[in-house]
Design a protein around this ligand. Structure first.
Ligand SMILES: N[C@](CCCC[B-](O)(O)O)(CCN1CCC(O)CC1)C(=O)O
Ligand SMILES: [Mn+2]
Ligand SMILES: [Mn+2]
Ligand SMILES: [Mn+2]
Length: 305
C-alpha cells in the first residue's frame, strides 16, 4: 500500500481550541514510522497552512463560513494531488468540517465514491437545520446530490459541487443525531447503523451489511471518514463533542480491519482529536494512540500478528 499523508491543522468548523494540534500530535506518536514498519510506502505531504480570515462574520447562524470554505478548497486541491500521485490519502484533522474538502478532492479524481462515515454524529445538518451553526456538524449536507437545493449560497463555498449519492453512504456509530438530521437521513433513505444496531447485530454483522450495501451495485472506491468521537469517551476522551455509549476500541479497530480487507479503501480522514479536551496526559495519549491504531489497521495491521 502506498500512503499519502496530509495534515490539516484546522479548527474553525467548531468552537473549541486545540483540534488544530491533532495532525502533529498523531505524527509525533510515530504514525509514519509505524506505517513504514508494517510495509507501507508513505509520502508525507506535510501540513496545509491556513491563512487567517478577518471579519468572518456568521451568515445566519453559520459560523466562520469564509475560513471553512477557503480551508476546504485548499484541502480539496491537496487531496486531489495525493490521489493523482497514486496514493491512498490519509487526512489528519482538525475538525470534521474538513471532510468537505477531503471528499470533494477525492471525488474529483474521477470515479464515484462510497462513503463510510464513522461518528457519534451524522454531521448532515444544513445551514438551515443546524442547532449550533458549527460547520463540523454540516459537512455531508454540502456534498450530497439530493440536498443541493437545500443549501443556501455561502461565501467561499461556490467551488463545491455535490459529488456523493445518498445511496452510497453508510453511517456507523450514531448516537447523537439532531431532529433535522434524522429527518434528512429518513427522507433520503440513507443506510445507518446506530449504536442500537451495533448492539443488536454485533460489529461483524454491521460490517458485513455495510459492505453488502455499498457493493450492492458496482464496487466503488471507499472514502472512510472517521471521527474519533465515534469511539467511547472512555477510550477517546480528548475530543470536542464526546457522547457516552460509544464503540469499544475493539469495535473501532474491527471496522478499519474490515474496510482494509475489501481492498477498496481509497482515502481516510481521522478527525476531531483535541488534546485540550483531555483532562490528563493519559487521556490525550489514549485518544492519540487510538487514532494511530485506527490508521495502522486501515493499512494492514491485524491483531493476529
Ligand atoms: N449535531 C451537532 C454536533 C456536531 C458534532 C460534529 B462532529 O464532527 O463532532 O461529529 C449538535 C449536537 N447537539 C446539539 C444540542 C445538544 O443538546 C446536544 C448536541 C451540531 O453542532 O450540528
Ligand atoms: Mn462526532
Ligand atoms: Mn464528525
Ligand atoms: Mn467531534
Amino acid at each position: 500500500r502506498s500512503v499519502g499523508l496530509i495534515g490539516a491543522p484546522f479548527s474553525k468548523g467548531q468552537a473549541r481550541d486545540g483540534v488544530q494540534l491533532g495532525p502533529d500530535l498523531i505524527r509525533t506518536a510515530g504514525l509514519v514510522h509505524r506505517l513504514r514498519e508494517q510495509g507501507c510506502e508513505v509520502k508525507d505531504y506535510g501540513n496545509l497552512t491556513f491563512e487567517d480570515v478577518s471579519n468572518d462574520e456568521p451568515i445566519g447562524n453559520t459560523k466562520s463560513p469564509r475560513a471553512v470554505g477557503r480551508a476546504n478548497q485548499q484541502l480539496a486541491n491537496a487531496v486531489q494531488r495525493v490521489k493523482s500521485d497514486g496514493h491512498t490519502c490519509v487526512m489528519l484533522g482538525g475538525d470534521h468540517s474538513l471532510a468537505i474538502g477531503s471528499i470533494h478532492g477525492h471525488a474529483a479524481c474521477g470515479s464515484e465514491l462510497s462513503v463510510v462515515w464513522v461518528d457519534a454524529h451524522a454531521d448532515i445538518n444544513t445551514p438551515l437545520t443546524t442547532p449550533t451553526g458549527n460547520i463540523h456538524g454540516q459537512p455531508m449536507s454540502y456534498l450530497i446530490h439530493e440536498l443541493h437545493t437545500k443549501i443556501p449560497v455561502l461565501p467561499d463555498f461556490s467551488w463545491i459541487k455535490p459529488c456523493i449519492a445518498a445511496k452510497d453512504i453508510v453511517y456507523i456509530g450514531l448516537r447523537d443525531v439532531d431532529p433535522g438530521e434524522h429527518y434528512i437521513l429518513k427522507h433520503l433513505g440513507i443506510k445507518t447503523f446506530s449504536m442500537t444496531e451495533v448492539d443488536r447485530l454485533g460489529i461483524a454483522k454491521v460490517m458485513e451489511q455495510t459492505c453488502d450495501h455499498i457493493f450492492s451495485k458496482v464496487k466503488k472506491p471507499i472514502h472512510l471518514s472517521y471521527d474519533i468521537d465515534a469511539l467511547d469517551p472512555s477510550v477517546t476522551p480528548a475530543t470536542g463533542t464526546p457522547v457516552v455509549g460509544g464503540l469499544t476500541y475493539r469495535e473501532g479497530v474491527y471496522i478499519t480491519e474490515h474496510i482494509c480487507q475489501t481492498g477498496l479503501l481509497s482515502a481516510v480522514d481521522i478527525v476531531e482529536v483535541n488534546p485540550k479536551q483531555g483532562r490528563t496526559e493519559e487521556e490525550v495519549r489514549s485518544t492519540v494512540n487510538a487514532a494511530v491504531d485506527l490508521v495502522l489497521s486501515c493499512f494492514g495491521r491485524v491483531r493476529e500478528g
